[in-house]
Design a protein around this ligand. Sequence first.
Ligand SMILES: O=C(O)CCC(=O)C(=O)O
Ligand SMILES: [Fe+2]
Length: 317
Amino acid sequence: MTAVSASPALPASPLALREARVPADGMYEGRRTLRRLPEGRPELPYAHIDVVPQGRVIGAEIRGADLTRPLDPAVRDELNRALLEWKVLFFRGAHLTSDQQRAFARNWGELETNPLLARGAADDVARFEKGGGAAPTFENVWHTDVTFRERPALGAVLQLREVPPVGGDTMWADMAAAYDNLPDDIRARVDGAVAVHDFIPGFARFYGPEQLAPLQDEFPPVTHPVVRTHPETGRRMLFVNTSFTTHIVGMDRAESDRLLGYLVRQAHVPEYQVRWRWQAGDIAFWDNRATQHYAVDDYAPHRRVAERVAIAGDRPY
Ligand SMILES: O=C(O)CCC(=O)C(=O)O
Ligand SMILES: [Fe+2]
């Protein structure tokens, strides 16, 4: 065989086809590993609540739990298992008062206050109001909450008080699924890597210099592992986000930007996501260690009002 073919040989298999080109965004099509539970953990039934899946790896609606009253310990334990297994839980039409919302979240720990956000009925209630006179912040970016803290929130409980006629959904993405699907070469680069997180990229534009200075004293840049281990499930999870991760330690800027760009894009993969269409009074309770979220901003000039409490978390490792 001496002739040089004018066209390249056909790939022998779809895998070869996949490897024959690098997509512009570095994200390959094809089957993804979609594991909802930690490896080896069996699917166990729930005795006290109904769990209605909303996505393959993330998101379940919970029925049969009354959040307006103190939780029975057995119900609390099943809700915690559901949170670990589904990463975000939805409760339709809960219509909690701020105190009930706070009391529900307190089943998982102390509540956090966040001086960067507008306040609701108490210091530890953050309020997101759009379409009225309130000065907006923006949540239509994939992010994990408060990773600029040394101890980012364990989770958050969000309630929609006013909903637009259409739109205003929130989306969540499972960062364990994102990690499971990283190619080996990327995994080798991120396992053990550390990144800097800072509130400045997400929030600086909302403040003048004289307001920023004390906030910078309160929240100096912190480092977290690029891949964290879930303290309760042991799962490895991608832990960088667009809003707060500024760079990877020990890499030059261009290399860090390239790698971080690729990593934060993993939250954009639909197979890792769930999307909730809100009705007033709905609650979402998410595991902030394991997820990112994105509030879709497609309803102006209508009003949308959300209130959130956040549960203090641990230092990621
Ligand atoms: O308004 C929403 O749907 C989510 C806002 C948000 O990012 C948050 O509560 O942390
Ligand atoms: Fe958020």
